[in-house]
Design a protein around this ligand. Structure first.
Ligand code: URA
Length: 435
């Protein structure tokens, strides 16, 4: 029988672990048998030497079974969606009600945000009264009635991932493809959906900075899903600029509601409809093109907005927010940011936008920090727009006691203003499927 020292030594020298050794290791991580320094040493060895597909799948399955594994047993196809995390990413709030209104169930167990990428659960908590910790029976009953439900991940979902993720965060070992793949896929598999659509973000505001690494991560996740018997697709989408106009919790819910009313920003619309159509297609509703038309019809007919309203009401939220945005927490302070020269907006730094929104109070600096639901940013100018010196570029909002003037001064540097118009990047870069 292998011991923890030999297990670490194997990975240090790049030897392949057997599935049974990986299962034994994850059991020990979950029960707290191994000290953090040994688990952290193994994580670093994985970061440096990688893992084979067989090891990554064994790790994912062992992590999936480290806690509760759900199986919704519903009468319709259940599809889940996951984003690797981006700035201004409110796609789930759009895609889930659209799919639900087209007859596909979306059982969504979401995480909270940490750092500058907000979590769906935090965004929904901007709705007064909204409950994000549903008991499993209630979760299923909301799905049956509204077609989708969104609840927080409980402590019993993949406890091994919680331990490993905390250590990865503290030891510079987050950005490793087998570790990201097993962390995401173990939680997706444990949720029990029949199909999974992955939004793999690429760019300065994402884990994966270039297309090649994003494709490697996407392929690893698709292979793992296939070996676990699940249909899956992955879309590589651009995260070199914030998605849509609004960043921040209440502001993002408002932008998603506007999109459900048919008023989506062009970049958000392209990404959100592509992911939604992929979810519908995976559920057998037709070709991606037919499903795209179906998603547009669900929005123009108002069916998707109705699903969203129903879910909010069932989860205790105030449904009046859909018509009256003043019911969201209102910011105490606001500052506009102006262009310091004339030209075309060539870029908006995603990473700096995320950091500014964190300083305004919209994100969580550590696990225990509170979030200011009213805080965030609305972009008045977007990439490709022509601006004159002195024109407004963005407005910053907060109710938090922060240096809003200093944040606003620095924020102007997030915009690259060029003499000539730059070609806009593609928002949906590539689609990969395992079926
Ligand atoms: N999201 C996760 O859940 N895990 C990772 O490792 C990275 C992103």
């Amino acid at each position: 029988m292998i011991g923890i020292y030999e297990f670490i030594d194997d990975k240090r020298w790049g030897r392949e672990h057997s599935p049974s050794d990986i299962e034994w290791f994850i059991k020990g991580v979950t029960s707290g048998e191994f000290p953090d320094y040994q688990v952290a040493a193994w994580l670093m060895a994985v970061c440096l030497n990688g893992m084979t597909d067989k090891e990554t799948t064994a790790l994912t399955l062992a992590m999936e079974h480290s806690g509760d594994v759900f199986s919704p047993c519903l009468d319709k196809f259940c599809v889940d969606k996951h984003s690797t995390g981006g700035v201004g990413d409110k796609v789930t709030l759009f895609a889930a009600p659209v799919c639900a209104s087209c007859g596909v169930y979306v059982p969504k167990m979401s995480g909270r945000g940490l750092g500058f990428t907000g979590g769906t659960i935090d965004k929904l908590e901007a709705i007064p009264g909204f409950r994000t910790s549903l008991a499993y029976d209630e979760f299923i009953s909301v799905i049956k009635s509204a077609g989708f439900a969104i609840t927080g991940q409980t402590g019993s979902l993949c406890p091994a991932d919680k331990k490993l993720y905390a250590l990865r965060n503290a030891t510079a070992t987050v950005e490793s493809i087998p570790l990201i793949c097993s962390s995401i896929m173990s939680k997706k598999l444990a949720t029990g959906a029949d199909g999974i659509v992955l939004d793999v973000k690429v760019g300065d505001g994402a884990f994966m900075k270039d297309e090649q690494s994003a494709e490697r991560l996407a392929s690893a996740m698709l292979r793992t899903a296939e070996l676990a018997g699940k249909k899956a697709s992955a879309l590589l989408t651009d995260m070199n600029k914030p998605l849509g106009r609004n960043v921040g919790n209440a502001l993002e819910v408002i932008e998603a509601v506007e999109a459900l009313k048919g008023n989506a920003e062009e970049d958000f619309s392209e990404v959100a409809y592509a992911l939604t159509a992929e979810m519908l297609s995976l559920a057998g509703k037709g070709s991606p093109e037919e499903c795209m038309a179906m998603a547009h019809e669900a929005v123009s007919s108002g069916k998707a907005l109705e699903s969203f309203r129903k879910m909010i009401g069932l989860q205790g939220g105030d449904i009046r927010v859909i018509e009256d945005y003043s019911l969201f927490a209102q910011p105490k302070y606001k500052r506009a940011v102006y262009a310091d020269k004339t030209g075309y907006i060539g870029g908006i730094s995603c990473e700096k936008t995320g950091l500014a929104s964190l300083k305004l109070g919209a994100g969580r600096k550590d696990k225990s920090s509170d979030i200011d639901m009213s805080a965030g940013i609305i972009f008045t100018a977007r990439v490709g727009d022509r601006v004159n010196k002195g024109d407004e570029l963005a407005v910053l909002y907060t109710s938090t006691d922060c240096d809003i003037d200093g944040i606003a001064r620095e924020f102007a540097d997030n915009f690259t203003i060029c003499e000539n118009q730059v070609k806009n990047r593609k928002n949906v870069i590539k689609v990969l499927r395992n079926c």
